[in-house]
Design a protein around this ligand. Sequence first.
Ligand code: GUN
Length: 288
Amino acid sequence: MDTKILDGKKIAQELKTEIKSEVLRLKEKGIVPGLAVIIVGEDSASKIYVKNKKRACEEVGISSEVYELEEKISQEEIIKLITKLNKDETISGILVQLPLPKHIDKEKIILAIDLKKDVDCFHPENIGKIFLGLGQEFFLPCTPAGILEILKRSEIEIIGKDVVIVGRSNIVGKPLALMMINAGATVTVCNSKTKNLKEKCLGADILISAVGHAGLITADMVKQGAAVVDVGMNRNNEGKLVGDVDFSEVSKIASAITPVPGGVGPMTVVELLKNTVKSAKDFADKLS
Ligand code: GUN
């Protein structure tokens, strides 16, 4: 089997070049897209994600501010900061990195973000637009959008395909299922309690794992010629970053597969940049 490695890093780089040109065009009109990122506490993975997001903003010319808040900060203080950023015209997008400490009500934090600055597409009204299939003119959730983009740019058809998603999180599994339905796929969403997971996965033309469990998807769960997308980010026993999929064995069976790192991760960041630029453009359009 001649397996295609879906190089998210390379596709993301191409997209960043396009975004950079777009940002330059906006700057000529006096518009500078700006992203505010809020991180609470000391979660080491979150710190790395936030650093990557900031670096990506710098690469394309988006201005960015990172607010590093201490673990024991109150919910009210975070909401106060969000309210200030909502009113700040230099800020196009606000992102609160998850997870948050246990004493913070995540839903209340998400609801505090101005709909038009919700570049994560976490607000119920924004995600509701995905549910209704209202499409491209609104924000798209970053990781699912990155997955659809990597498939599109790799010429992997979605219409009519059997898509199996392992994982039902609000950030990946659920919105991805909606977007796949909207794109014309037949979708099965599995979770850790799913009966006969192997058989369900074997039915997939496109198999996507977003669980966070190293080695969950083994070669005997993959149909010959399937496309496999790995959203997992795990550390193995040697401390190496690995996905959910047993890459070395599954890549002998799949027709296409995303690596970890360098697959879905870079695409997620690019979709965040796209949403931030979109917000800045929408704001400018409203003024003109
Ligand atoms: N934590 C893990 N993934 C994400 C994401 O896409 N956005 C935010 N805000 N937090 C996350």
